[in-house]
Design a protein around this ligand. Sequence first.
Ligand SMILES: NC(=O)c1ccc[n+]([C@@H]2O[C@H](COP(=O)([O-])OP(=O)(O)OC[C@H]3O[C@@H](n4cnc5c(N)ncnc54)[C@H](OP(=O)(O)O)[C@@H]3O)[C@@H](O)[C@H]2O)c1
Length: 234
Amino acid sequence: MVGVSRQNALQGDFFTEFHSSPQQTVADVQKLLDYDPDAIILNAGQIETEIGEGGVPLTEMTESMNRVNYTWPAVVVLEVAKLKRERPLDVIAIGSIADGSPSPFAPVYHAGKIALHYFWLGVGPTVYYASNKMIRMRLYRPGAIKGPLAWTPVNRLNRKGYRIRKKRMDSAPEAEQVAKDIMRWIENGQSWVGTWNEPLSFQFFKHLHAMLPNFYYRVLMLGWRKGSKFMAPD
Ligand SMILES: NC(=O)c1ccc[n+]([C@@H]2O[C@H](COP(=O)([O-])OP(=O)(O)OC[C@H]3O[C@@H](n4cnc5c(N)ncnc54)[C@H](OP(=O)(O)O)[C@@H]3O)[C@@H](O)[C@H]2O)c1
């Protein structure tokens, strides 16, 4: 179990070897492939820790997030696809059930995850058959997990919106529980896309977005007016 991080060192007993990597370039991918892995789990994810005036996303943050959340996993799998494998290799992207519908409260994060999901499922069949069924692109979509990343949208929410988010966070599972579920799913090996329970509200908005995009846009406008601290401060 090789733990990979942009940090120079990591404490913990959840890996047998540590590899420091900026996770940016093709050369970074090659260093990972030198381990000759059986599975690669692309777990890194970035949220908007800073936002601009009026809640507008910042350019640098958007570029960095798109790299971590979408471009890096895509580059990894495209390099993996060049390998001549004689034993199976699973490349597992960690997505999000927030992929289904855009939101003004976490716009860059959702956009990156949607891009990741489309890339994974769109490129997956080609890579599978081109590799003689040796390379499988699989996707796991966690729900909210207790922890700092789950609080993605709070820097745009007013107090009312914050309370709604808090309710959801209070009932979210611990990271360890989700990690165990992900490992069970990976090892079972039967399904291509794994999903943590999706809240009904997410399913509703996802379908509304797909069926009535113009109306959905208006709903988002209303949500922003009511729930954002830039439009309806406490
Ligand atoms: N938390 C949730 O509610 C939730 C819900 C759905 C999906 N997910 C997804 O699950 C995965 C893990 O999330 P988590 O909640 O476990 O978050 P986490 O504990 O904060 O882990 C995110 C990891 O990504 C790394 N990372 C962030 N920015 C990076 C960058 N620029 N370059 C390289 N590494 C970077 C972080 O490294 P550092 O330690 O160096 O900061 C951290 O190790 C992510 O893909 C996330 O999108 C999370």
